[in-house]
Design a protein around this ligand. Structure first.
Ligand code: ADP
Ligand code: ZN
Length: 597
């Protein structure tokens, strides 16, 4: 059976090897065991159920939570030559019946449905008439209230499966690995003696880094400008922030989209599509964006605010580099994030015990932002992996060779100013006083008479605040809780004020510029891919992934057989696009020969 799986992998998807996790999951399903697969985003969950679906008799139902993405998933399968369709509330009753009829006649191997559909009895009984051999439940953590995307309609799945006259094989797939979620999936989906596989969580092509004490906005702008040809996602915590950042980037001439739950469906859909089709490079979004987005050429995921939990972070960051090419995941931390997150948790109506657990998870996220250990190791250990090497050599901390500068004088000025203001004011006012501003509040409170007034007048207010943020992240200062956080001194400042200890700070990180060479074959293939994508009205990555293009550019295949050997070129795509790519490669090779290079 595994041989057949490999044949399918090659024929349809154009890959020569299964990844380790995929192999185990597929083998288990092919043996007929209910299976729960916990795999990190980008590890290749989809193939783990699509390959069995192609091998089983009859049809496979795929439960997928996002209606807006079903069409994309089905389009992608059609590109590979896999017969598939979807049924969701966007279809008329007639079209729905039509598709079910075709499914009954064996015209599709995969049928994607939204879980909400099962709530109507009539629909559920329509499904009874199909020869369903396998049900694959994508994003299975949605069944759990402990997860971050709880969807009540997932609760219908267990009873639905049990109610079928012949219970099909069930596979559940998720990237969430916590014990509560795992138990909920098994119990609520009523899996029968499931085999559970947790795939290695490492994503070697991702470079993780955390930044503290940066001016976020400046960093964001410079980073996006330094990566003009690349696609990236910028996650921010609130709708308001998303709106502001998108406007800010657009104002600087950057093609940026946005996505959050406060926008209407049409607007959201449009922005999402612009991003999938590479019409905008950057999308600024809240965590509402991304589930099920399998755009493979996302080159960076930048978190403008700290997410609530490590699970959420890894899932969001994991949307970078699904094609296996190098990609960056950067978290820009500021202490205000913690205040905001804590506030959001405290405002919820959660059970006190749950609140405590959320706060604990948030603290682990804060620790991640501060650690100087290898970030990859920190993440992998969080997800329960042992024997992780001390250093990965490919994260912000392992690669940190920035210079350290003495920051004691500035720190002393800030500490004594806060002390003189009796720790009773927020960051803004402290910064204004240090700046020597004549703002009304400063004068009213007579802070212009303090000895620390104007001590840092050579620095812009924003930079003074950046310095304070740095001192907060290093635990010299602390923000009080509440809506208007006050800056407080921590015991660590005492020896600094007495001149007995020094404060150091790393110089800011330099952003490497990534400019593409338009003459290179890779860039030429990208241009061709964009043209084909526009013609076919598909996102470019569905034509070929970035790494497929890169492999083509490196090995310059000259014929169909050689092209078929490239990862990501299956039979159907060879037939559809092979000639155009071969022509482009040949034109490039000939051009070089004429130039004599
Ligand atoms: P997930 O759903 O786990 O986030 P996907 O199923 O979207 O991940 O797969 C991520 C990427 O990896 C896709 O671009 C897919 O084509 C690619 N991929 C999956 N399996 C393989 C494989 N065995 N060999 C090479 N590439 C693969
Ligand atoms: Zn590392």
């Amino acid at each position: 059976m595994m041989n057949k799986a490999l044949q399918i992998l090659q024929k349809y998807f154009g890959y020569s090897q299964l990844r380790e996790g995929q192999e185990k999951v597929i083998a288990s399903l092919l043996q007929g065991s209910d299976t729960l697969a916990i795999m990190p985003t980008g590890a290749g969950k989809s193939l783990s159920y699509q390959i069995p679906a192609l091998l089983f008799e009859g049809v496979t139902l795929v439960i997928s939570p996002l209606i807006s993405l079903m069409k994309d998933q089905v389009d992608a399968l059609e590109q590979y030559g896999v017969p598939a369709t979807f049924i969701n509330s966007s279809l008329t009753l007639r079209e729905t019946r039509n598709r079910i009829e075709k499914a009954r006649l064996g015209e599709y191997k995969l049928l994607y449905i939204a879980p909400e559909r099962l709530e109507t009895e009539s629909f559920a009984s329509l499904l009874e008439s199909l020869p369903i051999s396998f049900v694959a439940i994508d994003e299975a953590h949605c069944v759990s209230q402990w997860g971050h995307d709880f969807r009540p309609s997932y609760l219908r799945l267990g009873p639905f499966l049990q109610g079928l006259s012949q219970r099909p094989l069930v596979g559940a797939f998720t990237a969430t690995a916590t014990a509560e979620v795992k138990q909920d999936i098994v119990r609520l989906l009523r899996l029968i003696n499931p085999k559970i596989f947790v795939t290695g969580f490492d994503r070697p092509n991702l470079t993780f880094s955390t930044l503290r004490g940066e001016n976020k906005k400046v960093f964001l702008l410079e980073y996006v400008q330094a990566h003009p040809e690349q696609c990236g996602i910028v996650y921010a915590a609130t709708r308001k922030e998303v709106d502001a950042l998108q406007a800010f980037l657009a104002g600087k001439g950057i093609k940026a989209g946005k996505y959050h739950a406060g926008m209407n469906d049409i607007e959201r859909q449009q922005n999402q599509e612009d991003f999938l089709h590479d019409r905008v490079n950057v999308i600024v979004a809240t965590n509402a964006f991304g589930m099920g987005i399998d755009k493979s050429n996302v080159r960076y995921v930048l978190h403008y605010n700290m997410p609530k939990t490590m699970e959420a972070y890894y899932q969001e960051a994991g949307r970078a580099g699904r094609d296996g090419e190098p990609a960056e995941c950067i978290l820009v931390y500021s202490p205000q994030d913690v205040v905001l997150q804590r506030h959001m948790i405290e405002q919820t109506t959660l059970h006190p015990e749950r609140k405590l657990s959320e706060l604990k998870k948030m603290q682990e996220m804060v620790d991640y932002c501060h650690t100087t250990r290898c970030l990859r190791k920190t993440i992998l250990e969080y997800f329960g992996e042992n024997d992780v090497p001390e250093e990965c050599g490919n994260c912000g901390n392992c690669k940190d060779d920035r210079e350290t500068v003495d920051f004691t004088i500035e720190a002393q000025k800030i500490f004594s100013c806060i002390y003189r203001m009796r720790e009773r004011f927020g960051m803004n006012l402290v910064a204004e006083v240090l700046k020597g501003s004549r703002n009304k509040k400063v004068l009213e409170l007579k802070f212009d008479r303090l000895s620390t007034y104007g001590l840092m007048n050579q620095m812009p207010v924003q930079e003074i605040k950046d310095c304070m943020n740095y001192l907060i992240t290093e635990n010299y200062l602390r923000l009080s809780t509440g809506e208007y956080p006050l800056v407080k001194l921590e015991p660590k400042v005492v020896p600094v004020l007495k001149g007995e200890a020094k404060v150091f700070r790393k110089v800011l990180r330099k952003i490497e510029k990534k400019n593409a060479d338009p003459q290179s074959l890779f860039e030429r293939l990208r241009v061709l891919r964009r043209a084909i994508a526009a013609r076919e009205k598909l996102p470019p990555y569905m034509i070929f992934a970035d790494n497929t293009l890169r492999e083509m550019a490196e090995s310059c295949p000259t014929g169909r057989t050689a092209l078929l050997r490239i990862n990501g070129v299956g039979e159907k795509k060879l037939e559809k696009y092979g000639a155009e790519f071969l022509d482009e490669i040949q034109a490039y090779v000939q051009g070089r020969e004429t130039l004599g290079v």
